[in-house]
Design a protein around this ligand. Structure first.
Ligand SMILES: [Zn+2]
Length: 197
């Protein structure tokens, strides 16, 4: 494969990028000066080598315990459960959440063969055992898988004795946390409802 085709091919693997967009991006990169391409390649390499999962919340982090998990000003007794690392940023941007996170890295989906052991569920319960947690808040995307995952976990959480709540959904069914506007998501967090009464 020639270098141009190879670049287009690699870019086309990115989510939401078809061959047309990949071609446009490839030409854009080639038309910039050398420093741009080097900066881009460097940023990719650095992110990939320096970032790993926080051993507490499984979000990306440069260190063993991420900034959020080691922040004493945050309420370490409230854990917000999200599907992916990209769900953390929009929740942070609402400014109305002062607890910590737990990234599951997926949702239960028997159809796709994704069971509890494929997600960071065991790790969540280890956390609950080791720390003084008062509340677990689900902020999973409103989908069949999101609801099934929240239901499964809330059943397991019942005997643990923590308060279990779910963000109120101004978020449309089938919508995503990642692309919900700040106000809607902020309100959804404030108006979370208890799941395990
Ligand atoms: Zn963390």
């Amino acid at each position: 494969m020639n270098p141009l085709s190879k670049l287009i091919f690699e870019l086309s693997k990115l989510p939401g990028i078809g061959e047309k967009s990949a071609t446009r991006l490839a030409y854009y990169i080639l038309n910039q000066d050398d420093a741009y391409a080097e900066g881009l390649a460097g940023a990719l390499r650095e992110a990939k080598t320096k970032l790993r999962y926080c051993e507490e919340c499984y979000n990306f982090s440069e260190v063993e315990r991420c900034e959020t998990c080691s922040d004493v000003r945050r309420d370490q007794g409230i854990i917000c459960i999200v599907e992916r690392p990209s769900d953390v940023i929009p929740i942070e941007r609402t400014g109305s959440y002062r607890g910590v996170f737990h990234v599951l890295h997926g949702l239960l989906s028997p159809m796709d063969g994704i069971g509890p052991e494929d997600l960071k569920m065991k790790e969540l319960f280890t956390r609950l055992k080791d720390r003084d947690v008062k509340e677990v808040v689900f902020a999973l995307n409103p989908s069949v898988e999101g609801e099934a995952t929240a239901l499964y976990l809330s059943r397991l959480l019942k005997p643990v004795g923590v308060r279990v709540s779910q963000v109120a959904y101004g978020i449309p069914f089938g919508g995503t946390i990642e692309f919900t506007d700040r106000q809607t998501l902020g309100k959804a967090l404030e108006n979370r409802t208890e799941l395990n009464k």
